[in-house]
Design a protein around this ligand. Structure first.
Ligand code: CA
Length: 188
């Protein structure tokens, strides 16, 4: 069994875990790079057989799931995962006509993306699905948490003044931190 796993984000303190289940390794590499640059922690499996178990044990924030996989196909994995988890799932397929069929099967996937897709499009879908499903995008670095979905930033639990933090659209988050910007009285 060929299995590949990666953890690009663990040492950098990034939070949202995205699992990519895909056997096209070039696509995996590109997706990982773009998701990492967008602030996500990425993991990948190239065999479907252990995908559901991995989800159960590691609790990712979202799963990008290929349809045709060695070990176990994406439809069965989606059903397996839905039996115990509501984690957002984006199915990836190479045929646009398959999407209608997949939607009709009501597998419980949150979105479908047709190959070939641009990595930017994939990142956009990931963010959109996370927003829609309430996961949002929160990035945590050394006590600083920025939640893009609700434009909220905290440092060591203290809410930061909006003037101290600029949360721009498109995943570009910048913080200009000054000690005076921390409002302890805002703690709730
Ligand atoms: Ca495949």
């Amino acid at each position: 069994m060929i299995t590949c796993r990666d953890n690009l984000g663990e040492e950098t303190g990034l939070t949202k875990k995205i699992l990519i289940v895909e056997d096209e390794l070039k696509l995996v590499e590109v997706l990982k790079e773009y998701l990492y640059l967008a602030g996500f922690e990425t993991f990948s499996l190239c065999n479907g057989a252990e995908a559901a178990t991995w989800v159960r044990e590691n609790g990712p924030s979202l799963v990008l799931l290929d349809l045709m996989l060695p070990g176990r196909n994406g439809m069965d994995i989606c059903k397996d995962i839905r039996a115990f988890s509501g984690v957002p799932i984006i199915m990836m397929t190479s045929r646009i006509d398959e999407i209608d069929r997949l939607v009709g099967l009501e597998l419980g996937a949150d979105d479908y993306i047709c190959k070939p897709f641009s990595p930017r499009e994939a990142v956009g879908r990931v963010k959109a699905v996370l927003r829609r499903t309430g996961e949002g995008l929160a990035v945590k670095i050394a006590g600083l948490t920025i939640d893009e979905s609700c434009h909220l930033a905290t440092l060591a639990g203290n809410k930061l003044d909006h003037s101290a933090v600029e949360v721009a659209s498109g995943g570009q988050m910048q913080a200009h931190l000054q000690p005076a910007a921390v409002h302890g009285e805002d703690l709730s």
